[in-house]
Design a protein around this ligand. Sequence first.
Ligand code: ZN
Length: 372
Amino acid sequence: MHVSAAFDSGNIEVVDASDPSAVRLRIRKDAGGDHMQWFHFRISGVRDVPLTLVIENAKDCSYPEAWPGYQAVASTDRDTWFRVDTTYEGGALRITHTPDADAIWFAYFAPYSHERHQDLVADAQSAGARLEVLGRTVDGRDLDALTVGEGPRAIWVIARQHPGESMAEWWMEGFLARLLDADDALARRLKSKATFHVVPNMNPDGSVRGHLRNNAAGANLNREWETPTVERSPEVKAVRDAMDATGVDLCLDVHGDEELPYNFVAGAEGIPGWTERMATLQKTFCAAYEVADPDFQTVHGYPDDHSTRANMTLCTTQIAQRFDCLAMTLEQPFKDTADTPELIHGWSPERAKRLGAAVLDAFAAVIDGLRP
Ligand code: ZN
């Protein structure tokens, strides 16, 4: 039996893999040392072998409260990722499964590779998007942005500031496919009214390194929007500078939430510049999104922040305040949607893609209310 994580977005440390009924594993920390929860590894030589995998430092992860009710994903073809029996006991995550293949991959959520990212931007380019490199990451990767449409309004859509939230880039795949579909009349109308600036992966270094939240310099990018620097957060600096150049009429920042089994939006309610106009637009957006895809809902989410001063280091708060515009964070579950569960796959790439495609209906509901 071999355990390996020496590949794109791999993350695991082997403590002891001598006994298949008690494989002792640990999740490796992100650069910066303050976060970990993403795992992704392969086990080979285990056809028909009953496996029990024990992630011993689960209790020390960034969101230990997320483990109860969580089921890990596995795949033998790296295409379909199914849920496997997972329990959280005594601070350890215990995964049990008997593979019907020689090698099997396990992960926190269906991975989205850097190779697939390159296919995504190449496909978008072929379908008519402009592809621009906004800057370089700490590890020297290109920070890709796609521009779609020719309308006067500027809509920014970014994803994967937190690299372990791979569902955010699956969402992007569905969103871009529909936005670029020349036969989709709603997409054509939106593109005549707005120019879409799309960053499918804000944190390619963290993605390749198998991080949960940080970039290669150890920065949590969604705490860098007030004062990004070239040394620590070049990814945010490049995107914020580009936003300053285009202006922003709407910004959507796509994430995943470790704990809550819902798709929901978190707004910029706590900022000094919050307005009734923003509140109305956000409500309209969410109502239309819920109709377009019932996997999205508005009942459950983060508690209201009205009384507390907003944290201006986040993308959503910084951009809403900076541009006096509608800015929102979209959260998807790692687990499943509690109201519309799908037991074999849970929340999955396919469903994330559908949710990404459905956002066009929500944009359509608010687009005439955005400046100019
Ligand atoms: Zn996030």
